[in-house]
Design a protein around this ligand. Sequence first.
Ligand code: FMN
Length: 220
Amino acid sequence: MTRRFLFVLGSARRDGNSALLARRAAEQLPAGTEQHWIDLTEHPLPDFEDLRHDSDHTRPTEGDVGLLLDATVAATDLVIVSPLYWYSVSAQTKRYLDHWSGWLRTPGLDFRATMAGRTLWGVTALADDEPAVADPLIGTLQHSAAYLGMRFGGVLLGNGSKPGDVLKDTGALARAKTFFAPDSPAPLARFSHETGAVRWMSSVAHPARATEATEPDTAA
Ligand SMILES: Cc1cc2nc3c(=O)[nH]c(=O)nc-3n(C[C@H](O)[C@H](O)[C@H](O)COP(=O)(O)O)c2cc1C
């Protein structure tokens, strides 16, 4: 099956570090691999309106919602390119993910079955030198992939604050060269409770339950 990559850019600025890093990774894709790039700043989605339980909920066909939906269901590989904002995805990216909830309930679409088995990837830039602070973003993407029965290719991290900084992160540039070319297909995404890993987040949110928590599992 021909692979079709959709890159969804979620930065609040053009040609930022996350997009630069994603382009470096995309340069390594085999010739002929289809690439579709959509910048959510150029194609802003409206705030998600929760019409999931309305009987007249219909498939969006026009405007930026229709564009994003059509591009998403056409992609074999979906790459979320979002800077780390407040330890998670950007608001633009989050709004795109929220629209998935509408698509999941759109009659005749069967969004979950359509996306099952396809691969979700992430590319992010962050100013912090400690990559572990991106764990909430990684968890958001991994769990979203698991919910849809997708494969999860992982998240390519790069460091930088002002635009272009990431090009000085030689480790990130090296990882970009092989990011989309693992030896085997990405594994099906699993929720962290299915893998038995990582209860440390709940220990932070609920200090009284800290004794229940397992230690962080760096292999997860
Ligand atoms: C609203 C906002 C929130 C941010 N939050 C974080 C953060 O939580 N952790 C971090 O390391 N950097 C944070 N940063 C810095 C960006 O992640 C960093 O500048 C990154 O290179 C931006 O990527 P971009 O050029 O693709 O937009 C934040 C920046 C902005 C504008």
